[in-house]
Design a protein around this ligand. Sequence first.
Ligand code: NAX
Length: 326
Amino acid sequence: MKTPVRVTVTGAAGQISYALLFRIASGAMLGNDQPVILQLLEITPALDALKGVAMELDDCAFPLLQEIVCTDDAEVAFKDSDYALLVGARPRGPGMERKDLLEANAAIFSAQGKAMDKTASRDIKVLVVGNPANTNSLIAQRNAPSLDPRNFTAMTRLDHNRSLTQLAQKTGSSSDKVTQMTIWGNHSATQYPDLHNTLVDGKNAMELIEQNWYAEEFIPTVQQRGAAIIKARGLSSAASAANAAIDHMRTWAMGTPEGDWTSMGVYSDGSYGIQEGLIYSFPVTCTDGDWAIVQGLEINDFSREKMTATETELAEERDAVAHLLP
Ligand code: NAX
């Protein structure tokens, strides 16, 4: 039996976590032979609801679930944590400006960054799901100076998965036949789902579709999918977001398949001319628990313009909270 790993989930009484925790505990994220300890963080008013979720987890009698910690103290939640899924965030309230939203979240993610800096495992792998995910991840990273910036990521895997299915359906294929998909930039409506290097059953995707469908339908559909789900369901994506979080962490821990890559918001090292230090979504491969940005892809004018637009938005978000960054 492997040694249990500690998995922290924040916003653990929320709707994404309700679809997420049971899959982590069942082994879907880290494997059927990896015992886990769940360290669940919530705000104080949600602790009762969290207790209910913990009771349900108990009632599943998951063989891999060794222990559940429920707390409103970030230092307790991140103590010795190996994996952290930061799902809890402040939603946009009525009349709230984008800047207010960024600031409210900056407060949450700086406190959590500081707590990780102090108490988490030095190898912690952090995934930020709570929006604005890329900038929240940047804030946590900047507040955890003793941890490697490469340990901080943001989720664009849902956008990636959405793109796989949209393209598979258009080309009469299936999502498992689609490889080398890339989401560039911010998890927001400026994200750029790029098909120029994507393959469907080994064939170049751009040769199978019309440029018009790509620019006028595919890109907006992926960019606006979150809003379309809210319109249809009356609630934001939850199960698909939880599924993407599981995929993101599993790929990071266990690797990308040979000949394929995934999309992750990661610390920019300046690759593809993207400003260093932004948490920007790139095509990445994962091996042995580490990630690397795929290098050498050709970027045409169409792509460059879109990559720059989403980079500009991320730089603006960073600048809006600059006064709160250490
Ligand atoms: P919910 O409102 O259902 O749950 C959020 C939970 O976080 C609540 O239980 C709340 O009490 C808790 N929380 C708030 N502040 C906290 C803090 N400081 N510490 C700990 N817990 C805290 O939202 P849900 O639908 O679960 O969505 C969570 C976040 O995911 C939102 O920010 C949402 O915008 C974001 N999403 C991100 C996606 C992505 O692809 N990156 C897609 C799905 C989703 O929209």
